[in-house]
Design a protein around this ligand. Structure first.
Ligand SMILES: [Zn+2]
Ligand SMILES: [Zn+2]
Length: 172
């Protein structure tokens, strides 16, 4: 968890360097797990009264579930971060984080968690051409083909096949 004293910012930008452990309570309840601590780097700059601009990078290795074959999929995250911390309650933007008025310190934890979640791809694959699981027998098709016959499960296709059969009957 990174906590920055805001007093020092009057003298100029402050480095934001640190690590959040992979098992830090801050990172609990994500739908992916972390294999490495989150390495935080960057700079915090004063940006007007009660506002602080943070430009930095989050780096870690994550593990999620492949959406096609359900195997664990590892991915490296290298997330550029550009966010504004502000006490201006009117500010409304996904990259804006509200801080209490006249705060003396800045807790960066929530922003780190949020930015990691935003950076995670929605559709994680273990490899680009993952073959997935057979919808009939559940075999992992990355390990080879199964014995199943392909069937069309989409009702639209069934209708089309019926039409085709009918028209071949009419015009042989
Ligand atoms: Zn896969
Ligand atoms: Zn199968």
């Amino acid at each position: 968890m990174l906590r920055i004293g805001l007093g020092a910012l009057e003298q100029g930008p402050v480095e934001t360097a640190g690590e959040v452990a992979a098992d830090d309570p801050l990172l609990k309840g994500l739908d992916f797990s972390l294999r490495e601590p989150v390495r935080v780097s960057g700079q915090l700059t004063a940006a007007g009264p009660g506002s602080y601009y943070w430009r930095g990078t989050l780096e870690t290795a994550a593990e999620a579930t492949c959406r096609r074959c359900l195997a664990p999929a590892a991915l490296r995250l290298n997330v550029p971060v550009n966010v504004l911390f502000t006490e201006d309650q009117e500010a409304d933007d996904p990259s804006v984080y509200l801080i209490p008025p006249r705060a003396k310190t800045l807790e960066m934890g929530e922003a780190i968690r949020e930015e990691l979640i935003l950076a995670m791809p929605e559709y994680v694959l273990c490899r680009e051409n993952c073959a997935g699981l057979c919808p009939q027998c559940g075999k992992d098709l990355n390990e080879g083909p199964c014995e199943c016959q392909p069937v069309s499960t989409d009702p639209r296709w069934a209708k089309l096949e019926a039409l085709q059969k009918r028209s071949t009957k009419k015009n042989p």
